[in-house]
Design a protein around this ligand. Structure first.
Ligand code: 3UK
Length: 550
């Protein structure tokens, strides 16, 4: 039995069997970690040892600032509340719920310090979804922003494991702020093992039961020492900001862990939609931006009214960055976006490029610390130019909480992300589609995102989604759902123009035979297009047509 600080061994007991783990790579000198580490000690207490105590750590609207010392002290007080008032035992799962805010960050670190396991939840989740997560992760405590308590309250009758709910962002006498105010700012962090689980992140987006991905204290530190060091290369004077929720590991890394690892500051925004983000960037003079491709596109289209002059680095992830969006953002700001593919399973980004290495339409190359390969269906590496399944390996990897789908994601030690990719002759990894988003029409394999990228290069198109649509004659046709920019008339003439445009950009057989103009597209809270919703709509319509004809 190896060392653990967890008294509640639920996480350890529900890890996948070792034989189903991916291989882990720790070749880089910066990835040599001790056997015991607590990621909050690493990120906060070490920051004070390094003399950063009086530096700005967390900013929020209306002039709110916490220094590293203030953040560490608040996290310590809340850790005491967890242990002394709420009965937390090391290894317990703690649900966190709220928009991005300083208190949310302090609560996350408090859970780490107390040896708890953080289970973040997206702010828009409903009671039924919360119930599944609480049940699956056997959550015992919840720390919840008072403004988001309704759905949690509705979920509670179906959540017998959830014994304690405490609220923050409230003046109530039993609120976390009030309880914390009575505590000393001294706390001895639980000496967790590097391989004790620190967080369980639930996957977002698609259908089916949510999958909980387990990440260790070491993983949290490892992602800080990979992409940010080799690729992002931000500096202590940078101010990070952006849109992804802290419950999404893209946001947790980009908006909390990465800035704190280097002594920089982060501006946490509750509202960071494309119409709110530009003003916050301008007002606070943010320098490093993390957001999704659609958000870059929407902001670029209103750039003439915005002030992005403070920005120096921009990171995009969550879905493929279309070349047209990269170009729009460069024209608007002069900045070359750093695209990176990451996943909840891998915790953060594993293929990316820096500004100089950007190649429009390509994601980049495996970042130092990671290896990647494009495989055929038998798990053999494919030569350059051929489309296959993306497989990756590095210091982080997939460990699903008690889930038979572990063996879908991890095979032969590799993590299979579910993406179709090719490697070009220069070693760049070029995204094609989610494997489920490949459209097979008249025997051709067509990647929906490639057709979308071509459509987005047309001046009338604001957003679009391309999926397979059942068709009597051809089996399946390529269908585009298109949101127009203001001032464009939907109609047959524009359909024709868009089709001709696509044929001029990519192989003509890939053009969308059907185009439907819509006012909006279904997206996840993380900004991902939900192509399966569009596919289902088309399937339903085909069924209706068939039963109507009968
Ligand atoms: C897709 C991309 C092309 C891809 C994530 C950065 O998105 C994140 O995690 P999820 O679990 O989804 C993972 C899947 O999303 N994807 C993400 N980034 C890109 N496709 N180009 C990209 N740049 O299908 C991947 O398998 O929600 C991203 C950091 C942490 C994350 N959790």
């Amino acid at each position: 039995m190896t060392y653990t600080a967890h008294i509640d061994t639920f996480a350890r007991d529900n890890l996948p069997p070792r034989a189903q783990w991916p291989n882990f790579l720790f070749e880089l000198p910066e990835l040599q970690y001790p056997e015991r580490m607590n990621c909050a000690t690493e990120l906060l207490d070490r920051a004070l040892e390094r003399g950063w105590g009086e530096r700005r750590a967390i900013l929020a609207p209306n002039g709110f600032v916490w220094t590293y010392r203030q953040l560490r002290d608040e996290a310590n007080r809340i850790a005491r509340v967890l242990v002394e008032d709420l009965g937390l035992v090391a290894g317990n799962r703690v649900l966190l719920r709220g928009p991005n805010s300083p208190m949310m960050a302090a609560c996350w670190f408090a859970v780490m310090k107390a040896g708890g396991i953080a289970v973040g939840t997206m702010p828009l989740l409903r009671a039924a979804e919360l119930t599944k997560i609480v049940t699956k992760a056997n959550v015992s405590h919840a720390l919840c922003d008072a403004r988001l308590v309704d759905e949690l309250a509705k979920a509670r009758p179906g959540c017998p494991s959830l014994k304690t709910v405490a609220l923050f962002q409230t003046d109530a006498a039993d609120g976390i702020e009030a309880l914390a105010a009575r505590k000393s700012a001294e706390f001895t962090d639980v000496p967790t093992a590097a391989e004790d689980t620190a967080l369980i992140a639930f996957t977002s987006g698609t259908t089916g039961e949510p999958k909980g991905t387990m990440h260790f204290h070491r993983d949290v530190v490892a992602v800080c020492d990979c992409f940010p060091k080799s690729t992002l290369r931000a500096l202590p004077d940078d101010l990070f900001t952006g849109s992804p929720p802290l419950a999404f590991t893209f946001g947790l890394g980009g908006l909390l862990l990465f800035p704190l690892r280097i002594g920089a500051a982060t501006l946490l925004l509750e509202k960071a939609s494309p119409d709110a983000l530009p003003a916050a960037i301008a007002q606070h003079r943010a320098t490093v931006l993390f957001t999704a491709p659609t958000s870059y596109r929407a902001m670029a289209l209103q750039a003439s009214r915005a002030d992005f002059a403070s920005l120096r680095k921009c990171v995009s992830a969550g879905e493929a960055l279309p070349a047209a969006t990269r170009a729009l953002w460069r024209e608007a700001t002069g900045i070359e976006i750093i695209d990176g593919i990451g996943s909840t399973e891998m915790l953060h980004i594993f293929i990316s490029h820096d500004e100089a290495g950007a190649k429009p339409g390509a994601t980049g190359k495996p970042i130092p610390g990671y290896r990647a390969c494009v495989m055929d269906d038998e798990g053999r590496p494919l030569p350059p130019g051929q489309v296959g399944k993306l497989a990756v390996m590095g210091p982080t990897g997939c460990r699903y909480l008690a889930d038979p789908r572990q063996t879908n994601y991890v095979r032969d030690g590799w993590n299979y992300t579910g993406d179709a990719y090719l490697v070009d002759e220069h070693g760049y990894f070029v995204y094609q589609a989610r494997t489920d988003d490949m459209i097979v029409s008249a025997g051709y394999n067509i990647a929906g995102p490639e057709v979308e990228a071509a459509l987005l290069a047309h001046p009338a198109v604001a957003e679009c989604g391309v999926v397979a649509s059942p068709d009597e004659e051809r089996g399946t046709i390529v269908k585009a759902f298109v949101v127009l920019k203001p001032g464009n008339e939907p109609g047959d003439a524009l359909v024709k123009a868009l089709q001709e445009h696509v044929k001029s950009q990519i192989a003509p057989y890939k053009y969308p035979r059907a185009i439907e103009f819509v006012s909006g597209l279904p997206r996840t809270e993380t900004g991902k297009l939900q192509r399966f919703q569009l596919r289902q709509l088309e399937l339903q319509r085909a069924h209706q047509r068939a039963s109507g004809a009968a």
